[in-house]
Design a protein around this ligand. Structure first.
Ligand code: FAD
Length: 394
């Protein structure tokens, strides 16, 4: 009989490992443990259609709930793994039970980063990562008139678009000089700045925050300038941090993410890790990377499952990503870091264009706006024409 595989974290990556193991012929016992009450679900709609109320929870499920029973996957919800005893190969659960494993896969994802700011614990200061978070945000949105979103990244901007469509007064406060600066070029940031402002969002750039105001309940945000922006709901959308504590406390190597090789294997040969919680060395980018995307969760999970089935694999993906804001779809192929030239094709005024990023006259990344064809072509062309000398060792 094949040894038992236990997966911790029943999200996008954990569910994919379970599915790929069964599809690949794994017949041994397979457990998928998650601390949320739901079957595995997709998070992208949480800040888009689910927040807007356009789809219900069943529209989020990654597989029909019956899939897990049919495929003999023991899905254990509402259960938090508290510790890993590597020498006994046992998991300590938060409810006091223990569980043995033969091979272990960590798919614990990330948590929303919190603000270490005076007043950040007031009622109405919220983050967005789970269905439960959206339930709280929705309830608050039903009475709040003024929303402040701290952070002009893709989650903050997506929520701004939904809140605006609901008729709210929305301010977005961004510390840097342009939104989504970490992931897109100036031209694309500038396009989204204009877009949000034209829809009535008060997008404040280069703006620091001093404190969250209010009594028990939030009443506003005090900026570094002293100005107070009133709000009944403050969403903190300043990025995410990997859930790597379980691994580090068990003595596995971590560095802002669980360190894994091209098979998803950690520093313990019996333990793998996949998805947002991992960091791996990319031969393509000649540096270690930690990705937070559906593409990475699915592709790395498939690779780890193949490795667990004894296949020779090496994970080095071309990353891709998307974001929906109002009726605009942004799609990103490749990482644009290190580019020395950009070419804009199409028309920002007509809301349909793409920006190609070049290095040494070679295409390394493309941001597409309402242009799915250019996105698909970019993924193919970048993949086929990639030159290894594009990004020399730092
Ligand atoms: P997760 O899906 O986060 O799953 C991890 C699971 O493990 C969670 O359920 C967690 O509760 C559980 N867990 C953690 N610790 C334990 C423990 N000790 N015991 C038991 N269970 C545990 N990506 C895109 O590509 N495009 C998008 O448009 C996009 N939009 C997004 C919008 C939002 C609001 C969010 C939050 C994310 C978005 N993402 C998007 C990112 C994408 O959802 C993640 O990259 C993906 O979910 C990562 O999958 P994962 O399985 O690694 O982690």
């Amino acid at each position: 009989m094949q040894e038992e595989i236990v997966i911790v974290g029943a999200g996008q990556a954990g569910a994919q490992v379970a599915q790929s193991l069964r599809q690949g012929g794994f017949e041994g016992p397979l457990r998928l443990i998650g601390d949320e009450p739901h079957p595995p679900y997709q998070r992208p709609p949480l800040s888009k259609k689910f927040l807007a109320g356009e789809i219900g929870p069943e529209g989020l499920w990654l597989r029909p709930p019956a899939f897990f029973t049919t495929n003999n996957i023991d899905l254990i919800p509402n259960t938090r793994v508290a510790a890993i005893d590597r020498s006994a190969k046992r998991l300590q659960l938060a409810n006091g039970d223990t569980l043995p494993y033969g091979k272990l896969v960590l798919a614990t994802g990330t948590d929303a980063r919190r603000l270490k700011l005076e007043g950040a614990d007031k009622k109405g200061v919220l983050t967005l990562r789970t269905i439960a978070d959206v339930d709280v945000i929705r309830e608050r949105l039903s009475t709040a008139r003024r929303i402040v979103i701290i952070g002009g990244g893709y989650i903050g901007l997506e929520v701004a678009a939904v809140a605006k469509a609901l008729g709210k007064d929305v301010s977005v406060i961004e510390a840097l000089d342009r939104p989504m600066k970490r992931v897109v070029s100036e031209a694309v940031s500038s396009y989204f700045t204009t877009l949000h402002r034209s829809r009535g969002v008060d997008l404040k750039l280069n703006t620091g925050i001093e404190a969250i105001e209010g009594g028990d309940e939030v009443s506003g945000v005090r900026l570094a300038s002293g100005e107070i922006v009133p709000a009944e709901l403050v969403l903190v959308a300043v990025g995410a941090e990997p859930n790597d504590q379980l691994a580090s406390e068990a003595g596995l190597e971590t560095d802002n993410g669980i360190l894994v090789d091209g098979c998803g294997q950690t520093s313990d040969p019996d333990i793998y890790a996949v998805g947002d919680c991992t960091r791996f060395y990319s031969n393509r980018y000649k540096r270690s990377v930690r990705m937070e995307s559906v593409q990475n969760a699915i592709d790395q999970a498939k690779i780890a499952a193949q490795a667990l089935l004894g296949q020779d694999v090496d994970y080095d993906p071309l990353p891709w990503f998307w974001s929906d804001q109002y009726d605009i779809k942004l799609q990103i192929a490749g990482l644009s870091e290190g580019y020395d030239d950009t070419v804009l094709v199409g028309s920002p005024e007509a809301n349909k264009f793409y920006v190609a990023y070049l290095k040494d006259r070679q295409l390394i990344a493309v941001d597409s706006i309402n242009s799915p064809r250019s996105h698909m072509m970019a993924r193919r062309v970048i993949g086929e024409t990639w030159r290894d000398d594009l990004l020399p060792e730092a």
